[in-house]
Ligand binder design. Structure first.
Ligand code: ZN
Length: 214
C-alpha cells in the first residue's frame, strides 16, 4: 500500500504538472476516447503503456483472459457487455482492439479445465471461452509442443472474443456503416513485441512500420 501512496505523490509532483492542461481540458469537455481496448486483467499488460496513450485516449476494459461474452450469453449481466455497449453506442469509439498476451493464466486455466466450486464465478467466466478448446482440438492437432498449443489457444481466444464482439447489434450496425473497425492484437510479455492479426494471411504477424500509416 505504501508503494501506491508514494506513487500518488510522485504522480502529483512529476507527471501531473506535464499534463495539467490535458486533465483540465478533459475535465471541462468530458472524455472522447478513440478506442475501446479490451484486454486481460493480467498486471503485466498495460494498455496505455504499450501504446503510449494519454489520458482520454483509451476506454480500457480489463477482465480475466480479455474474454468477451456473446451478446446473448447466459447470465449476461456483466461489465464487459455493458462497457461494449457504452463505448460503441454512447462514446462512439472508432476502433476496438482486443489484445491477448503470452503466459495468460486464464487461458492456461481454461486448458487445464478449471473446476473449482469455491470459485463459481471464475469457473463460469472461463467457460465462456470453452469453444477455443474445440478449435484447438480440430485445427491444431499437429502441434505437439505444449508451448505451441498454449500460444495457439491464447491467439484463438482473441479471435473468439472478436467473433463474439460482432454479435452485439450496435457493433454489427456500425461495422456495416463502416464507422467502426475491429483489431485483434497479441502482446508478448518477455520481449514487448506486438502482433496483429492479418486477415489475408490468417495469422498474427508482427506490427510493422507500415502499420503506422493505417
Ligand atoms: Zn491473461
Amino acid at each position: 500500500m505504501l508503494r501506491l501512496i508514494e506513487g500518488v505523490h510522485k504522480f502529483r509532483q512529476e507527471e501531473f504538472g506535464r499534463r495539467q492542461e490535458l486533465f483540465k481540458r478533459l475535465s471541462r469537455e468530458g472524455q472522447n476516447p478513440h478506442t475501446l481496448f479490451i484486454t486481460c486483467a493480467d498486471s503485466r499488460v498495460l494498455a496505455e503503456l504499450i501504446t503510449q496513450s494519454e489520458p482520454g485516449d483509451l476506454f480500457v476494459v480489463k477482465n480475466i483472459g480479455g474474454m468477451i461474452p456473446s451478446f446473448d450469453a447466459k447470465g449476461s449481466t456483466n461489465s464487459t457487455a455493458a462497457a461494449i455497449e457504452f463505448a460503441v453506442e454512447i462514446l462512439k469509439v472508432d476502433d476496438i482492439v482486443v489484445c491477448g498476451h503470452s503466459q495468460c493464466g486464464a487461458v492456461a486455466a481454461l486448458m487445464r479445465g478449471l473446476r473449482d466450486e469455491s470459485m463459481p464465478h471464475l469457473s463460469e467466466w472461463l467457460n465462456l471461452a470453452a469453444p477455443v478448446l474445440s478449435v484447438l482440438e480440430k485445427e491444431y492437432r499437429h502441434l505437439t509442443r505444449e508451448e505451441d498449443r498454449i500460444r495457439a489457444a491464447e491467439e484463438e481466444n482473441v479471435l473468439f472474443a472478436l467473433e463474439n464482439l460482432q454479435t452485439y447489434p450496435g457493433v454489427k450496425s456500425r461495422l456495416e456503416k463502416g464507422t467502426l473497425h475491429l483489431h485483434a492484437w497479441f502482446f508478448k510479455i518477455a520481449t514487448a513485441e506486438l502482433f496483429v492479426y492479418d486477415v489475408a494471411q490468417r495469422q498474427f504477424v508482427p506490427l510493422t512500420e507500415s502499420e503506422k500509416k493505417g
